[in-house]
Design a protein around this ligand. Structure first.
Ligand code: ATP
Length: 234
């Protein structure tokens, strides 16, 4: 579905991503794990069209997208949930979700998608008329995910969905990601919480200093002594 090949991304003179390659097959959850500054967010933003690579390709459903603009990439079925959630304060929960459907004009379709999102996140339905800023951190994460799902993505990009959440919400978020996959959406997941991420992932890639150091199935990486030592707390 998605193939990233020899991707190089720079911020001015800083070489953040140094020739990264990885693949995602339809129906998988694939995780990118690694320490702060490894280049994970930079890769995600390049896939979603927010950053341009210096070289390398991002091939989605058979054609290169690395020069395409973000709205065009969303329209093709790739949607990103950014780190820090970036919900719109001052707008209601419902209005935030509507923003996620900005490329759709068919009202019946939008209504069906609202229903799907409300079924997935009942708390968002309960709070649909509330200012989004009044939601808890976990609810805001659900809103950010719901907003991304409003564009009916085939590939969902999640940047640190569990960051800053209470343990009870962390488990819930990972359960929801698994459910989203089971409903047919492919997921690229970035996580500091490598143990949780790998435990729900089909495959993972370990990044360090802008390079892929290792890859394998979720269970292979969880069982790997080097991964355990560096990312799973021994
Ligand atoms: P984090 O979990 O902290 O987001 P990450 O693995 O996602 O880490 P990136 O945010 O992609 O890593 O950062 C990769 C490298 O690029 C780091 O060295 C970082 O300091 C640098 N970097 C990131 N954003 C910028 C920017 N806007 N300008 C300059 N350098 C940046």
């Amino acid at each position: 579905m998605l193939s990233v090949d020899q991707l190089v991304v720079n911020y001015g003179v800083i070489n953040a991503v140094k020739g990264v390659s990885f693949d995602i097959n339809e129906g998988e959850i694939v995780s990118l794990i690694g320490a702060n500054g490894a280049g994970k967010t930079t890769i995600l933003k390049t896939v979603s069209g927010l950053l341009r690579p210096a070289s390398g390709t991002v091939t989605y459903e058979g054609h290169e997208i690395q020069r395409e603009k973000a709205p065009k990439i969303v329209a093709q079925g790739i949607s990103q949930v950014p780190e820090g959630r970036h919900i719109f304060a001052g707008l209601t929960v419902k209005e935030n979700l509507q923003m996620g459907a900005f490329l759709q004009s068919d009202r019946a379709n939008i209504a069906t998608t609202f229903q799907t999102v409300y079924d997935r996140f009942p708390v968002l339905k309960e709070r649909q008329n509330q200012d989004a800023a009044t939601l808890s951190g976990g609810e805001q994460q659900m809103l950010a995910m719901g907003r991304a799902l409003m564009s009916r993505p085939k590939l969902l990009l999640l940047d640190e969905p569990s960051m800053g959440l209470a343990p009870i919400f962390i488990n819930e978020i990972f359960d929801i990601i698994t459910a989203i996959k089971e409903q047919g959406t492919t997921v690229l997941l970035i996580e500091q919480n490598a143990k949780k991420a790998l435990s729900i992932s089909d495959r993972g890639y370990v990044l360090a200093s802008g390079e892929v150091k290792m890859s394998g199935t979720g269970s292979e990486l969880l069982a790997n002594a080097d991964v355990q030592k560096a990312y799973l707390g021994g």
